[in-house]
Design a protein around this ligand. Structure first.
Ligand code: GDP
Length: 295
């Protein structure tokens, strides 16, 4: 995960290694390398610059120039600031309502269906919920079939209606079914398109208004870099969602989305997807992620 960023940060800190004492020039050089590493990882220039400015202040506040271990002081400042940038602490789901309604939103191919299944599996096993999965993609019959395959794999019932072309109606019928049958969590998988368009946004907004989910989760492919951040913003403008699921972190992803989505939309990343299997879902911990990035 984030191999390139890791390598570059390691090289940036190398300047300080072995120095008993460092000069302002050494620190400035290191910060510049860090900024470059972040921009290469798809962090916007503005955020990268603010980041290194804050790190500089913190490091100077911690007397990096007179410290016997300046490398450690600076690494700690970077680690702390990265964790802060990613939201500080982990953010849980609100499952207080019965049934808890979770709406999955995002572009086609982002991993919505896969992560609907992973989340159902997580709620079933870790939170002992009786979960109902709902197929609301009325455009692609294959997506409905895919959700059924996923449901079978994890032993979770899937509600669908291939004849019905009205996703709001399907969602409402699914909710009634959930209430009548003692389900205490409902996960609604919705249709996505390859790019943002008015129709998709109107549809997901209608479903959102009709079912009033406690958790609307925006699912986004981490491999899409700055586009991930832009899409996150567009969906948040319409849905004001509760959190983000960042997928495909097992791939050759650069890190920009993980580092910056939180600060751009002011919503937490709640989960990360780390593979295609149903158990490849982790609660997102900003401090642990910062530790991983810094090795
Ligand atoms: P949807 O169109 O948003 O419902 O996306 P899908 O759930 O169908 O996922 C699209 C593709 O990405 C599928 O081939 C999934 O197996 C794959 N995928 C989804 N999540 C992950 C992940 O976290 N890691 C990897 N490596 N592949 C994933």
């Amino acid at each position: 995960m984030f191999d390139n960023l890791q390598d570059k940060l390691e090289k940036a800190f190398h300047v300080l290694k072995g120095h008993g004492q460092v000069s302002e020039v050494n620190v400035a050089e290191t910060l510049k390398e860090i900024r470059r590493a972040l921009v290469d990882a798809d962090v916007s220039f503005k955020i990268a610059k603010e980041f290194t400015n804050t790190v500089k202040e913190k490091a100077l506040g911690a007397d990096v120039l007179t410290s016997l271990k300046p490398g450690q002081v600076l690494t700690k400042a970077v680690r702390d600031e990265m964790a802060t940038l990613m939201g500080g602490t982990a953010s849980d789901l609100d499952l207080s309502q019965k049934p808890s309604i979770i709406l999955m939103a995002g572009l086609q191919g982002s991993g919505k269906t896969t992560h609907s299944g992973k989340l159902a599996n997580y709620l079933k096993r870790k939170k002992t919920r009786k979960v109902l999965l709902v197929a609301c993609d009325v455009y692609r019959p294959a997506a409905i079939d895919q959700l059924h395959v996923v449901g079978e794999q994890i032993g979770v019932e899937v509600f669908s209606d291939k004849e019905n072309k009205n996703p709001v109606d399907i969602a409402q019928k699914a909710l009634a079914h959930a209430k009548a049958n003692g389900f205490n969590a409902v996960i609604i998988d919705t249709a996505g398109r390859l790019a943002i368009d008015e129709e998709m946004m109107a549809e997901i907004r209608d479903i959102h208004q009709a079912v009033k989910p406690q958790e609307t989760l925006f699912v986004v492919d981490s491999m899409t870099g700055q586009d991930a951040v832009n899409t996150a913003k567009a969906f948040n403008d319409v849905l004001d969602y509760e959190g983000v699921i960042l997928t495909k972190l097992d791939g050759d992803t650069r890190g920009g989305a993980a580092l910056t989505i939180r600060s751009v939309v002011n919503k937490p990343i709640k989960f990360i997807g780390t593979g295609e299997k149903m158990d490849a879902l982790d609660v997102f911990h900003p401090t642990r992620m910062a530790d991983r990035i810094l090795g």
